[in-house]
Design a protein around this ligand. Structure first.
Ligand code: HEM
Length: 78
């Protein structure tokens, strides 16, 4: 694909996390996925500066949820 000079482009990071060549069953939530080379926080010199904060928040959320909730059922919507 050619990009004309001066044209704008965009990068949708989450799409990289759905790459079937990299992730087995990418649409499945696997909290213990290893290895997990996702790019949700970007990569390289502009890696998200909030990544450590977000990981702590989500870990705390998951810990609290697991303490308080016995079972989670996911309903698929159409
Ligand atoms: C789930 C939450 C978040 C996601 C998915 C996320 C995702 C991202 C991604 C993909 C980038 C790279 C953008 C690029 O390369 O153009 C980025 C950069 C950045 N993020 Fe986050 N972010 C999150 C939360 C946060 C929070 C909470 C903070 C600050 C408290 C933060 C601060 C930053 C900063 C400052 C950058 C720019 C880093 C740079 O350009 O050097 N992010 N984030």
């Amino acid at each position: 694909m050619k990009v004309a000079p001066g044209a704008s482009t965009g990068l949708v990071f989450p799409l990289g996390n759905s790459d079937k060549n990299i992730f087995s069953s990418p649409d499945e939530v696997k909290l213990d996925r290893r290895p997990n080379p996702h790019v949700a926080f970007g990569f390289g010199p502009h890696l998200c500066l909030g990544a450590a904060h977000v990981r702590l928040v989500v870990r705390t959320l998951m810990d609290t949820l697991c303490d308080k909730v016995a079972r989670i059922q996911i309903f698929e919507h159409t």
